[in-house]
Design a protein around this ligand. Structure first.
Ligand code: NAD
Ligand code: MG
Length: 414
């Protein structure tokens, strides 16, 4: 893997762009939301509902939550509603009867929704399932508001190449990356010394190894600061999330792997620290509510109102920072090693982690075995010659599928 990423800084940072898709009452933003029923999807639609003059909803997609999808499509007067699980298409049609909203179903229909004429696509599907539709949106050359970090982790080079070639605009929604994007303020990559992402430390920040060994899904799902979908919440508890985010940052900000780091900040108020060569450090602050970074991505280069709690530093009193403990949370070091290894290692890491997290949630795998399984899968994949470069999305999807099979195979040892 090259030491710098391939998206030019100008593509993701700076002032008004050629596309200038940011919503305004004169020119409502035609918006598609992939993963509309999830945590990011519903937060996005919450903002849309509060600012109806700024948006026109093109398509909404979901995998299985057919009733919620139909209700959201009716409420936001979407043109199209798409259910990924095709067996629920008949139910969707029935729920939308007479509403003037087209119903579609199946994986290909989700991809089709991503390519319908729109100004902005919110990519908020969870996991590698988001790869194909998000990639299809990127190829259309429009604004992609990217929550689906797995896209950049698994297919970073392929995805950023598609963005650069199509002239699409990539705006990060992940809070730390949105923070960096804002703190960069159009600066030249050469002026940056370091980009540090903050991590809350998750619900187990102060737990001993013995306690971690017995951690249950219910305990891991109780994030102290953020309300998120189950997968990213578990990733936050293992610190794999920060590892995935370092890989995501590598592809978004062309500063090279040595200039990327993370620090634990339990209050989740400061989301990044960007250090410049002149000694200046730009931090971005906001209360932990995803509606802020979502609003930044939707409205950029403008700003829109978000109904979030206002930051009151005097009431907070203290902001604290500490180094992450990679001995208790080995997933972080495993992800960093995959980033340095490059090639398909991050795709294998992501696929194995998705399998491991799903197994933990179903109580088939212990908390500490999530990182061990991912590590084993990476080692075995390397031996089997799976970790080479992926030249196109089909290569990435094939590697993802092989790594999933490998992780399932290895699971029997746990
Ligand atoms: P979620 O589980 O709450 O929602 C996922 C959405 O994706 C749902 O609408 C679901 O129907 C859809 N989906 C699931 N499987 C699918 C499939 N196979 N095909 C098509 N659609 C499918 O997830 P979330 O927490 O909203 O996270 C979405 C993405 O945003 C993830 O990549 C996550 O890492 C990232 N992210 C989330 C947060 C957060 O606060 N929730 C913060 C930062 C980044
Ligand atoms: Mg994040």
């Amino acid at each position: 893997m090259a030491t710098t990423a391939s998206v030019p800084m100008a593509r993701i940072a700076g002032g008004p762009t050629e596309n200038d898709a940011g919503c305004s009452p004169d020119k409502p933003c035609r918006l598609t939301v992939l993963g509309a029923t999830g945590s990011i999807g519903t937060s996005t639609l919450d903002l849309v509902g509060r600012n109806p003059e700024l948006f026109e909803i093109v398509a909404l997609t979901a995998q299985t939550q057919v009733e919620q999808l139909a209700a959201l499509a009716i409420r936001h007067r979407a043109k199209v509603a798409v259910i990924g699980d095709e067996t629920q298409l008949a139910a969707l049609r029935e729920l939308l009867a007479g509403a003037g909203i087209a119903a579609m179903g199946g994986e290909a229909a989700v991809v089709e929704a991503a390519t319908m004429p729109a100004d902005c696509v919110m990519a908020a599907i969870v996991g590698a399932a988001g790869l194909k539709p998000t990639y299809a949106a990127a190829l259309q050359g429009r604004r992609v508001a990217l929550a689906n970090k797995e896209c950049l982790v698994s297919a970073g080079d392929v995805f950023t190449k598609a963005i650069a070639q199509s002239g699409a605009e990539l705006l990060p929604v992940d809070s730390e990356h949105s923070a960096v994007f804002q703190a960069l303020a159009g600066s030249d990559a050469a002026a940056i010394e370091k980009i540090v992402l903050t991590a809350s430390g998750g619900p187990f920040r102060t737990w001993t190894r013995e306690q971690l060994a017995a951690a249950t899904p219910d305990q891991a799902l109780k994030h102290p600061n953020w309300s998120m979908g189950a997968k990213v919440t578990i990733d936050s508890a293992t610190l794999m999330n920060k590892g995935l985010e370092l890989i995501e940052a590598f592809h978004l900000f062309p500063v090279g792997v040595d200039a990327l780091d993370c620090v634990v900040h339990p209050q989740s108020v400061v989301h990044c620290l960007v250090s410049y060569k002149d000694g200046s450090v730009m931090a971005q602050m906001a209360p932990p509510d995803m509606r802020t970074p979502i609003a930044v991505a939707l409205a950029w280069p403008r700003r829109m109102a978000a109904p979030t709690e206002k930051l009151d530093l005097a009431r907070l009193g203290t902001l604290s920072f500490e180094a992450p403990d990679e001995a208790r949370f080995p997933a972080l070091a495993i992800a960093k090693a995959a980033l340095r290894r490059g090639g398909a290692a991050p795709a294998i890491l992501n696929a194995a982690n998705e399998i491991a997290v799903a197994a933990f949630l179903e109580r088939r795998l212990k908390f500490c075995d999530i990182a061990s399984l991912v590590d084993d899968a990476l080692e075995k994949a390397e031996k089997r010659g799976l970790a080479g470069d992926a030249g196109c999305l089909d290569d990435v999807l094939a590697i993802d599928a092989a790594a999933r099979r490998l992780a399932v195979e290895l699971m029997s040892r746990y």
